[in-house]
Design a binder for this molecule. Structure first.
Ligand code: EPU
Length: 331
């Protein structure tokens, strides 16, 4: 256990804040040493979905539970069990090497495996829930080991029970995924098809992963170079009635139907249309290539990023009547 530790290197926004106490755990048993946890307490994985606006006056525990194992397999499917402290992209690369298909579209998503189910990570037509089998977690109050199956997690768009009723109550120690040995390629995103055609590579999980990596590198800032947490806001889901009115005023607005009564809008387009893309005040800014990503050019304070986020929310609400929810956890 360390005291008064800088969190700057432990999260991808790179904000200078301190934690009163900091501990790393590498096994389930290590974690049980400080259960039941005292408040305030926070679990940190890759730190890729958090904005700190102040020092953390409690204990930050960093999950480094590692290990990838094949639990069962047949000719067409395999179930793997992965430590929550594994780096997500390393897992994707491991699966590609083994020819296990299903998460290649989720290449290069920053963060840890244990955090992936919490917000049901997703990109280019695939979400974690599509390959999720179950997870193992430890209750932070009682130390009980609990298994959650697919249904228990109540996955939604960038959402699960761990963001709602069970927020902060469990540590996800292991995640089980069901992957395919006979790949089904998801090239529903036009840009992926374009890149594959351009590269003239035969379609495979590796070429699909390479295409995703190429797109992400073009559009999204590398947290090792510019602090950020990926999409800062969720894409808003609105009613068909509200959408019909907006579409008349803004005919170019991209949209994606969700069921029969709702429509998802592209928050990046709304923010871009308002002229925020590339905006910078001090070291807080809106990324030049993707308006949904807020960035720290070096020494921005968390409050400066948060003030910028609130200004964006206000201007989107004023112009389109749409409320943007944060995807990132703001502390
Ligand atoms: N757009 C603009 N200007 C911008 C950004 C986007 O006009 O600055 C338009 C695009 O042209 C496109 C639409 O908005 O028509 C959607 O953009 P894009 O395909 O880039 O995806 P997104 O909705 O902005 C979502 C995820 C990303 C994920 C991509 C690809 C959310 C909140 N974000 O972004 O996830 O990589 O789709 O699947 O759902 C993340 O969660 O951190 C993340 C990066």
């Amino acid at each position: 256990m360390q005291e008064n530790i800088s969190l700057k290197k432990h999260h991808t926004f790179g904000i200078s804040v301190n934690a009163a106490k900091f501990v790393v755990f590498r096994t389930e048993k290590d974690l049980l040493d400080f259960v039941p946890v005292q408040e305030p307490f926070m679990l940190l994985g890759g730190g890729s979905n958090v904005l700190f606006t102040r020092d953390f006056e409690g204990l930050v525990a960093h999950n480094k539970i590692k290990g990838i194992e094949v639990l069962r397999e047949n000719d067409s499917e395999v179930i793997i069990r992965v430590g929550g402290g594994e780096v997500w992209h390393d897992l994707v690369m491991w699966c590609i090497d083994k020819d296990f298909a299903g998460i290649e579209n989720l290449s290069l998503i920053p963060g840890s495996v244990g955090a992936a189910p919490i917000q049901n990570i997703g990109a280019y037509g695939v979400e974690l829930k599509d390959v999720f089998y179950s997870l193992e977690a430890i209750c932070l109050k009682t130390g009980d080991f609990i298994k959650f199956n697919h249904e228990d997690c109540q996955f939604g768009y960038r959402d699960s029970v761990f963001k709602r009723e069970l927020r902060g109550k469990f540590c996800i120690t292991r995640v089980l995924l069901k992957l395919n040995k006979i790949p089904v390629f998801n090239t529903s995103y036009g840009i992926i098809k374009d890149i594959l055609e351009e590269s003239k590579e035969e379609i495979s999980i590796r070429s699909l992963s390479n295409a995703v990596i190429k797109i992400r590198k073009q559009k999204l800032p590398d947290p090792a170079e510019i602090g950020n947490s990926g999409s800062f806001f969720k894409n808003p889901v609105i009613s068909l009635t509200q959408f019909s009115n907006l579409k008349i005023q803004f005919p170019d607005m991209p949209f994606y139907p969700v069921g029969e009564k709702e429509v998802k809008l592209a928050a990046g387009w709304l923010i871009d249309d308002l002229g925020w893309k590339g905006y910078r005040k001090g070291d807080a800014g809106v990324h030049v290539n993707q308006a949904l990503v807020l960035v720290n050019y070096g020494n921005a304070k968390g409050t400066e990023i948060w003030n910028l986020a609130k200004a964006i929310q206000t201007s989107v609400l004023d112009k389109y009547g749409v409320a943007l929810e944060t995807e990132v956890n703001v502390l």
